[in-house]
Design a protein around this ligand. Structure first.
Ligand SMILES: Nc1ncnc2c1ncn2[C@@H]1O[C@H](COP(=O)(O)OP(=O)(O)OP(=O)(O)O)[C@@H](O)[C@H]1O
Ligand SMILES: [Mg+2]
Length: 198
C-alpha cells in the first residue's frame, strides 16, 4: 500500500479537488483498490464522492480506536474506490492528537488499511498543527498544491501549480515546514515516484 497526502497549510488551494481526482485516476485508470480518507471536518471529499457523513462522533472515534475504520468505510459509484467519510467531530482532531501524545497513531492505522487497499489518499484539512504532524509522518508521498503568484516584476512565477514532496515523510523524525518547502519538486508524473506505482 502507498499513502498519498494532499496537504497545504493554506485553505482553498485545491487539496480536495486533487485528492478526489487522484483517487479516481488510481481506481479507474490504474485499477488500484483505492481509499480516500477524508480528514477534514468540512467533509468536502465525502460530499463529492456521494458518501453519507458518519455519525456525530464516529470519524474521530477511529483515532481513539473506539470504532474500526472498516465500520465507516463506504463504497462509491466508482469501482475499486471507497471513502472513509468525515464528520464534524474532526474539527477537534488537533486537540485530540495533542492530548493523545502518540505521534504515530495515523501511521499505524494506515498500516492496517494496507491489507485491503493499494492506495490511500488523505484529504487533509488546512493548518499546521498536530493533525499535520501525524500526516507528515505517515504518508509515503505528500502533494502540496501551490497557487501561482506574481513576482515583484509582475511576471508569473515559473513554479508549477502542483509541487510534490519526493522524500518519504516516514524517514523524517521531525517534520517541519522547512522540510516541506525544501523537498518540494515539480514533477509531472507522481506515480513514477512510488515503487510499484503506475
Ligand atoms: N485547478 C483548479 N482550477 C480552478 N479552480 C479550482 C481548481 N482546483 C480547485 N478549484 C476550485 O477551488 C475551490 C477550492 O478547492 P478545494 O475545495 O479543492 O480546496 P481545498 O484546498 O480542499 O480547500 P479547504 O482548505 O477549504 O479544504 C473550489 O471551488 C474548487 O472547485
Ligand atoms: Mg478541502
Amino acid at each position: 500500500m502507498r499513502s498519498i497526502a494532499v496537504y497545504s497549510l493554506k485553505g482553498g488551494v485545491g487539496k480536495t479537488t486533487i485528492a478526489v481526482n487522484l483517487a479516481w485516476a488510481a481506481a479507474a485508470q490504474a485499477r488500484r483498490r483505492t481509499l480516500v480518507w477524508d480528514l477534514d471536518g468540512q467533509a468536502a471529499s465525502t460530499f463529492l464522492l456521494g458518501a453519507e457523513r458518519s455519525g456525530p462522533d464516529e470519524a474521530q472515534a477511529v483515532f481513539a480506536r473506539d470504532v474500526a475504520p472498516s465500520k465507516l468505510i463506504q463504497p462509491t459509484g466508482t469501482d475499486r474506490l471507497s471513502i472513509l467519510p468525515a464528520d464534524a467531530s474532526l474539527r477537534t482532531l488537533d486537540r485530540f492528537f495533542f492530548g493523545l501524545g502518540k505521534k504515530k497513531r495515523l501511521e499505524k492505522l494506515l498500516e492496517r488499511l494496507g491489507k485491503d487497499y493499494e492506495r490511500v489518499i488523505l484529504d487533509c484539512p488546512p493548518g499546521l498543527a498536530e493533525t499535520s504532524e501525524q500526516v507528515l509522518r505517515a504518508a509515503d508521498l505528500i502533494i502540496v498544491p501551490v497557487i501561482p503568484s506574481r513576482s515583484q516584476n509582475g511576471r508569473w512565477t515559473k513554479s508549477s501549480t502542483i509541487s510534490i514532496g519526493t522524500a518519504s515523510a516516514k524517514a523524517r523524525s521531525s517534520p517541519s515546514t522547512t522540510w516541506l518547502t525544501g523537498a518540494a519538486r515539480c514533477i509531472s508524473r507522481p506515480w513514477r515516484k512510488i515503487p510499484n506505482g503506475r
